[in-house]
Structure formats: C-alpha cells, structure tokens
Design a protein around this ligand. Structure first.
Ligand code: ADP
Length: 394
C-alpha cells in the first residue's frame, strides 16, 4: 500500500442556517463531498466521489432533519462506509466568529465551546448553526478531535485604526469593532497567490469575495490589513439579501419613525435587502444578469458601483494597489460584473482585457496594466482541512 492510501483523513463541516456542506480530504485531495440543502423545509442531499462524480448521498432517514446538526448522524456512518478502514483523524468546522481572542484555529474543548457560546450575540444568525454540529459530533464520537476554524481569524492582523468605529473608546475595548469575515476564503487565496499570481503576491492586493455573501479584503504581503465587513457580516458590499453599508440613522428611523421591531429590522436587513430587495426579482446573479427587468439591471449597477468604491477605499488602507483578485460564485463566473467593476477602477490603473475576461481566464487584465486583475477559485473547505491537519500535527 502506498503512503497516500494510509494517510489519515480529515473531515470538514460547513454549516449554515438551512444547509450543511461536508467534505473528506486525503492530503489536499477531496475524496468525498456533498451537501444537504433545504433543511427545515424539504431537505435534499447530494454527494460526489473522488473525481467529482455523483454518488448516492447519505440517507436522511424517515424523520427528516429539522436543523443542520441533525444531519451528522446520517453523514458519519455514510462516510465510514465509503472510506473503509481509513482513519478519520479529525473534523474541522467553519465557525464565523472567533471574537478578539482567536487569531488561529483551535481544538475544541468544553471550555472553548463555552467561550464561543458567549459570542453568539455577535453573530446570532450564523454562530449557533456553526456550533451545533460541533456539539453533535462530540456527542456522537467523543474521541474524534474537532477543530474550530474562524472566519474572523485572518483579519486579526488589521491595524487598530482599521478596527475602530468612532464610538466611545470603551465600546472598542469591549469588542464592538470591525472584525471582518470570509477569512478562510481570503487565507486560501493568500496561500495560492505566490504560485498563481507571483508578481502581485507580495504586494498590495484587494481580494473581492463575491458570492451570496460579499466582502473585500485588502492584503499587503498576503496579510489582511482591512476588510469591508465589520462587526457583523452585514456591513460593506451589498449582497444577495443583505444590505451592506448603511447609514446607522436609517436603522434608527425604521425603529423610531416607522415603528418596526428589532426582529423586523433584522429580517429586512439580512433577508429582504441587497440584490433581492433592490431588484424585486432575485438574490441570484444568474437570474439578475439574464433578466430584462430594468430593476434587475439597476441592482447589478448598484452592486458594481459599490464594489469599485470599496476597492478604492481599500487601496487607501493599503497605500496603493498592485492587483485585484475576484473569487466566489459571482467573482469566478460573472464576466459582466467583473467588467463593470474593472472599468470603474480604470483610473486606478486597471486595464481590463475584455476577451480574457469574457473567456473566464485566470488573468483578466492586459499585460501592460499597472494593476493586475485575476480570477481565482476559492476553497474554504480545503483551508479548513489544512488547518485541522496542521493543528493535529498529523
Ligand atoms: P455562497 O456565498 O453561498 O458560497 P457562492 O460563492 O456559491 O455563494 O455564490 C453564489 C452566487 O454566484 C449566486 O448569486 C449565483 O448566481 C452566482 N453565480 C454562480 N455561477 C454564476 C454564473 N455562471 N454567472 C453569474 N453568476 C453566477
């Protein structure tokens, strides 16, 4: 048997409010993966094998899961069956918030879980869904190490002036500050830049993670200096259903003048705003780009304008700009969106290669462009697997 076949495997769980994605890695190679969507309504599972081919997914049983963590009792035996006698060394979990303390992944202990529970109010719509599968996995298999990987961790290097809101200083000390998210995606991009975009890897780069959730990160020498996301994953760029940057006065107006409750405002800002709210058509960029409804066009225009504006703002934080990297569903696939953003950044020295962009090539700026532009596929789950493996030293 060769060494790779006996290498211990790492599982990865990435849980949201109604979905759970799972992967199993042998080194850098994903040998099993899948997801369960529609949990709480009509759960549906799908799975892929080593070559990305469709395979029979875990059987969710007669009593469908009502929350994502309830999927784990189906996934673990399914994976064990597929993986045979190969050893699962650990499971890595995506955890949105690591607070002030966690600038790197950590092995989960009951003490750590209690600390993370205390952070739930900072990310009420994400953190509980991240923690529940960890607790479930610990109950199902107490011997199996669980590793928490935080989306805030990569940004803990941002300077104080980037982290501070201009509220009384005691709020800053208490932890009401700009954290930034999507850190696992940015860390993955940072890890591949030397190979994929060597001329900008050690320079000043803005990475735009444009998916259902959207943010951008300014990196110098592959270290995070600034992020568009703030205290929560609501700030910065407009998103599928989240508003992004918003005058805090609007929230006060909604509460005081329109008599909305805090729950109603939360629902509005997280689930009924962004592309969905502006367009009235969809939160999904594929639908927006193929729609002839003028409001769909308007929503995309607002989005591209905002991304370009934030790239310029991050360039100030970086003291200049050498490159822009587009990633995640929209950044990797939506050529018209990239084109509009790049055109709005032409004054910064970014010259788009229209053909390369249309063809979704990796480098989408002209050879003479002062600021390079790249499209690089992100892989948050691989980043989690790397962290879990490194932490266990296996
Ligand atoms: P998540 O943040 O949930 O991981 P993704 O990174 O998968 O989301 O991004 C989802 C977004 O990517 C959706 O708005 C989807 O429409 C968009 N997208 C995916 N493929 C394309 C495509 N070929 N053209 C335009 N948009 C796309």
């Amino acid at each position: 048997m060769n060494a790779a076949a006996t290498e211990a495997l790492i599982g990865v769980i990435n849980a949201g409010s109604s979905s759970l994605k799972f992967s199993f890695y042998e080194g850098e190679r994903r040998i099993l993966g899948g997801q369960v969507d529609g949990i709480g309504a009509h759960p549906a599972a799908s799975a892929t094998g080593p070559a990305g081919e469709k395979i029979a997914p875990p059987d969710l049983g007669a009593k469908p899961p009502t929350v994502p963590s309830e999927v784990l009792p189906a996934i673990l035996p399914w994976a064990r069956d597929k993986l045979g006698d190969r050893r699962l060394a650990a499971v890595g979990h995506r955890v949105v918030h690591g607070g002030l303390r966690y600038s790197r992944p950590a092995r989960v202990t009951p003490e750590l879980l209690a600390e993370l529970e205390a952070l739930v109010p900072l990310a009420p719509l994400h953190e509980p869904y991240n923690l529940a599968p960890i607790k479930m996995a610990m109950t199902l298999n107490p011997e199996l190490p669980q590793v928490a990987c935080f989306d805030t961790a990569f940004h803990r290097t941002a300077p104080d002036v980037e982290q501070a809101f201009a509220l009384p200083y005691s709020f800053y000390e208490e932890g009401i500050r700009r954290y930034g998210f999507h850190g696992l995606s940015y860390e993955y991009i940072a890890s591949v830049l030397p190979e994929r975009a060597p001329e900008i890897a050690n320079g000043r780069v803005v990475v735009a993670h444009l998916g259902n959730g959207c943010s951008a990160c300014g990196m110098r020498d592959r270290v995070s200096i600034a992020s568009t996301m703030g205290f929560t994953a609501l700030d910065g760029l407009p998103m599928g259903t989240r508003c992004g940057e918003l005058d805090a006065g609007v929230v006060l107006y909604l509460l005081q003048q329109k008599g909305m409750s805090a729950d109603e405002v939360t629902e509005l800002l997280y689930r009924r705003s962004g592309m969905l709210g502006l367009s009235g058509v969809s939160s999904d960029f594929r639908e927006l780009l193929s729609s002839d409804n003028p409001r769909a066009r308007f929503a995309v225009d607002v989005f591209c304008h905002s991304v370009a504006r934030h790239i310029a703002s991050l360039a100030v934080a970086l003291g200049g700009l050498d490159g822009v990297v587009f990633t995640a569903g929209v950044g990797e696939n939506a050529a018209p969106v990239r084109a509009a953003i790049c055109r709005a950044c032409s004054w910064l020295g970014l010259e788009l290669d229209e053909t390369a962009n249309r063809e979704n090539r990796e480098r989408v700026s002209t050879p003479g462009s002062k600021v390079a532009a790249y499209v690089i596929r992100t892989d948050e789950n691989l980043m989690i697997a790397r962290h879990a493996r490194a932490l266990l030293g296996s």
